[in-house]
Design a binder for this molecule. Structure first.
Ligand SMILES: CC(C)(COP(=O)(O)OP(=O)(O)OC[C@H]1O[C@@H](n2cnc3c(N)ncnc32)[C@H](O)[C@@H]1OP(=O)(O)O)[C@@H](O)C(=O)NCCC(=O)NCCS
Length: 184
């Protein structure tokens, strides 16, 4: 469990499935993913997230706005299951329901997750990735101090060749760079 000024990043509960399935079926949330998710696929994603916590000790936490909204999406860390030049790695991830965008929640939660990854887990580096055109997501990465190197851009192996979302950017943050900025 991680707590910020406005958010609680907490373990998932069964009743998160309903709002999770709703946001995964929202075309605005899924603009930079190949497909919307069915309720069954959301249930499988939720199970995958729970299994990831069990095998790694960290994962994509369910996010609540303290005293206001029980579930707005997830923010956390995950180990990608695909192979790429930069794997194995630990990835920062976030997905929030559309009505909770534009309030700084993703950035606030991501900062807490990054601090947890470096200070508690002891990671040496955290990466983040998204489709090239996902400007909102890239702005979060930039706000938390991650840096993109064009040489790291890649074609996502889980997206079919020729798909408009296949080209991805990679952002990185090392523990040393985080420590230098976090305490300056
Ligand atoms: C990516 C995503 C989480 C970003 O959400 P977001 O709300 O834009 O990001 P933040 O939470 O950091 O909020 C930043 C915005 O809140 C505004 N804001 C308002 N109050 C704020 C506050 N108290 N503190 C900080 N920012 C605040 C900022 O000005 C900024 O607005 P702007 O984008 O219009 O400039 C969201 O778009 C999303 O869930 N997308 C779908 C899933 C997705 O693409 N995930 C990433 C794939 S890898």
């Amino acid at each position: 469990m991680l707590t910020t000024a406005r958010l609680r990043l907490r373990p998932w509960r069964d009743d998160d499935l309903e709002p999770f399935a709703a946001l995964n079926a929202d075309p605005r949330v899924r603009e930079f993913f190949p497909l919307l998710q069915t309720r069954q696929e959301s249930a499988e994603s939720m199970q995958y997230i729970l299994d990831h916590f069990r095998s790694h000790g960290f994962g994509l936490w369910a996010v609540e706005v303290i005293g206001a909204v029980p579930f707005i999406g997830f923010i956390g860390l995950s180990v990608p299951s695909f192979d790429a030049p930069f794997t194995p790695c630990v990835e920062l991830g976030y997905r929030l329901a559309f009505e909770h965008w534009g309030r700084g929640y993703a950035t606030e939660g991501a900062r807490a997750v990054i601090a947890f990854g470096f200070a508690t887990v002891g990671l040496g580096e955290i990466v983040a990735m998204t489709a090239v055109g996902n400007k909102r997501s890239r702005r979060v990465m930039e706000r938390v101090g991650m840096k993109r190197n064009v040489a790291d851009d890649f074609d996502h192996p889980n997206i079919v060749v020729g798909h408009r979302l296949r080209r991805h950017v990679l952002y990185r943050l090392t523990a040393n760079d985080w420590a230098a900025t976090a305490h300056s």
